[in-house]
Design a binder for this molecule. Sequence first.
Ligand code: GLU
Ligand code: ZN
Length: 317
Amino acid sequence: MILAVSTLKNPSSPADGYRGRFAPSPTGPLHAGSLLTALGSWLDARKNGGKWLLRIEDLDSPRCIPGAERHIQAQLLACGLSWDEELSFQSERQGLYQQALERLNELKLLYPCTCSRQDIASTLAKLGVLTPRNQEMVYPGTCRPNQSEIYSPELLKTSKVAWRLALPQDCHIEFKDLALGPQSQDLDKEVGDFILRRNDGVFTYQLAVVVDDAKQGITHIVRGEDLLSNTARQIHLQKILGYRTPQYLHLPLVLDEHGEKLSKQTLATQINTQDDKQSLAELRKAAQHLGLRNLPDGENITIAEWLLAATRAWKGE
Ligand code: GLU
Ligand code: ZN
């Protein structure tokens, strides 16, 4: 009985066991990099006797490609990576993100911002702050009010401005990555007050992912190393929203011949899952990148058999 009550209160209580997820954005079909993330998170969940959920992160609709989510599902199934529970779509969960935003508003932690990227760049230039290429600009706090306040929920829903989270001074976040060891970030100095809702009304990845991981009771997040620098922001949000912090494990990236991360932007080619033989070849490449050794390499093995061997070989933590 006590167990049932605590489970109800906190969906990610350890009593539920391991819950992992794969959360692709449907901006195109799976490529070698996203298959690696799918495989790594699937193996970690299976090794731990856990559940593996599939969540389609389709909030940024201009970047989403119609039909990509179907394509991704078909590719996963062709590779034997089946998911538990019902597939979820972030576009159908916006009420939850709005609720979280309202909670932060009640805590007087939000403020509206009208700065363009250009405004931020010129403010930083005036301050003599240089942003290295490929790095996000640290928001200099231009629109932050002297006195925090609660805004009307209506304004929060309808205004055409961005909403930022006010960070405390010395917002130092530490966590231990299961693959990479101890990590830390000074959010106020390295990131600045970050956006939770964009001026076009779209909830940002940081807010949506934190709400979903908590509401879906995710205990373990296994994803690509390119997302490592977002983790401290997400942990900070979890803390203020009263959510549990899951375990994190960041996987090595697959780089192209120029040393760039594979992505739709670099026109990474989709994996070939035309038949079982091709799918198995893609899985084998991903496993090699993950550092899995001594897997059966024969021709006459089924995908299910190979995945079983890979699960045995997977160390995770
Ligand atoms: N949707 C994100 C992406 O495709 C991944 C989110 C996550 O795993 O936290 O890059
Ligand atoms: Zn601003």
